[in-house]
Design a protein around this ligand. Structure first.
Ligand code: NAD
Length: 470
């Protein structure tokens, strides 16, 4: 029997599906109009959203909110807006010689209604980019944002309901229970961003209705400082990306691997860079807090377990009144691979540093966990770069940089294995939310009669010639 929330969600989905059926192939102008409304709405609500995110996090550095949640999202919306007309067009493809003179093309077609389930860590970026790309592909959307950012979800809902009709987009509030009911609906596609554990449940629920899914999950992203890495450069990028949003980023470096001979150099440089970037971290306006007390407790217990097992813990100091949800930028030296800090995704401002003897040894450490969402390698040698790109499996990778593949809209973004499946962003997002329909067009004059029975000697001969042509 359907619960009342399932029944309500089901009614909402049906109303969107009905609207989509009445307009199954929105024009480029309609799609661009939706994308423009999305951008305008976001920009009009920017200050309120930045404030709301800070309220939810108990403090969220406004520069980070503006650069990533707002500018990153605006960039993705504009990319979709600029290219949608071209991406919508039929894509002519060749036809095999033996089927000539037939023609073939691919017709991108909206999937229908896309369900978007988003997390709390970049609540705007991870809600609005899937919406923008689903709209670009001509779909309607139902969004279920995270309950862990209630104020942001409230402002976001207000912004979206003000700018979109209920036959274009519906936002659904609620917790994990509502999320579970949401993903049990027969959407035409579901994109879920969040933990790997919940991703499994989403895949299971979607499979019951044979709903295709894009799963944007987590993992432990390694930074490999190569034998030939530029330490100064590596440390600047490493510290920037590890402590941005207090480490609550799916593609944040989870831990760093460094050749044994360069360990002390790395630790000293990381500690100095943390001090340069954040100083008295509690008073530092660029340093964000942790989303809630449960996650503070979780991260603190990762640090404690590592310390109890004998690893060295180095933490930044503060002398200002404390925000109880700011965890100091922390470095953990040489934690054992079986401690939780090395077997669970950290998702906090804690950087384990481990050493490796040789490349195979570094690979062994990485293989201790499922395929990461990203891998970062710092090296000045092409041979070393190529080694890591060839011998590692991750959703994405950066060379002498971290994070920025995520806002490179010419690159598909997504995980592999445990870190997810399916990709979006830019053209990849358009294709992910489209059905790429194969169309074969037969002209009046054709050779198809050669396939018809009866199959006498002449047709057998033609069949043998066909075989040479395939
Ligand atoms: P979360 O707890 O906010 O959950 C995400 C969403 O899933 C929420 O809307 C929640 O209500 C919903 N949900 C919870 N249980 C559900 C269920 N059984 N069925 C359906 N929906 C359900 O977020 P989180 O999981 O704590 O987010 C952090 C994780 O997300 C990290 O592992 C991180 O690496 C990952 N992440 C991945 C990406 C990416 O792009 N790959 C981006 C951000 C975060």
């Amino acid at each position: 029997m359907l619960t009342s929330i399932q029944a309500q969600l089901s009614d909402q989905l049906q109303s969107l599906q009905k609207a989509q059926a009445a307009d199954p192939m929105p024009t480029a102008a309609d799609r661009i109009d939706r994308l423009k409304r999305l951008e305008t709405g976001l920009l009009n609500y920017e200050d309120m959203l930045v404030e709301a995110m800070s309220e939810d996090f108990s403090y969220r550095a406004p520069g980070e909110s503006r650069n990533f949640d707002v500018t990153g999202t605006v960039a993705a919306i504009r990319t979709a807006r600029r290219h949608v007309k071209k991406w919508m067009k039929r894509r002519r493809v060749g036809t095999p010689l033996y089927l000539m003179p037939a023609r073939a093309h691919i017709q991108p077609q909206p999937k229908g209604v896309v369900g978007v389930v988003s997390p709390w860590n970049f609540p705007i970026f991870l809600s609005l980019i899937p919406i923008a790309e689903a709209f670009g592909a001509g779909n309607r959307v139902m969004l279920k944002p995270s309950e862990l950012t209630p104020r942001t979800s409230q402002v976001l809902t207000e912004m979206l309901t003000k700018n979109f009709r209920p036959d274009e987009l519906i936002v659904v509030g609620g917790d994990a229970g509502v999320g579970a009911a949401f993903v049990s609906l027969p959407f035409d596609h579901i994109i879920y961003t969040g933990s790997t554990a919940v991703g499994r449940k989403v895949a299971e629920a979607a499979a019951k209705n044979l709903v295709p899914t894009t799963l944007e999950l987590g993992g432990k992203c390694p930074v490999v400082i190569g034998e030939h890495g530029d330490m100064k450069r590596a440390v600047e990028r490493l510290v920037y990306s590890k402590y941005l949003n207090a480490g609550q980023i799916c593609i944040a470096p989870d831990y760093a691997l460094v050749p044994e001979s360069r360990k002390e150099e790395l630790i000293a440089a990381v500690v100095a860079k943390i001090d340069e970037f954040y100083g008295d971290y509690n008073a530092c306006p660029a340093y964000s807090a942790i989303i809630n007390d449960r996650h503070v407790g979780r991260i603190e217990s990762l640090i404690k377990a590592a310390e109890d097992s004998g690893a060295k813990v180095i933490q930044a100091k503060t002398s200002s009144a404390s925000n109880a949800r700011k965890i100091p930028p922390t470095v953990i030296v040489d934690p054992a691979l079986d401690t939780p800090v090395m077997s669970e995704e950290i998702f906090g401002p804690v950087l384990p540093i481990l050493t490796y003897k040789n490349r195979e040894d570094a690979q062994r450490i990485i293989a201790h966990n499922p395929n990461p969402l990203a891998l970062y390698v710092f090296t000045q040698k092409r041979e070393e770069r190529d080694y890591w790109l060839k011998n590692s499996k991750s959703g994405g990778a950066c060379v002498n940089e971290t994070l920025f593949h995520v806002i490179t809209d010419t690159l598909p973004f997504g995980g592999v294995g445990g870190s997810g499946q399916g990709t979006y962003h830019g053209r990849a997002g358009f294709d992910e939310f489209s059905h790429l329909k194969s169309v074969f067009v037969q002209p009046k004059l054709n050779g198809m009669f050669l396939f018809n029975p009866p199959h006498g000697p002449f047709k057998h001969l033609v069949g043998r010639i066909f075989r040479k042509l395939v």
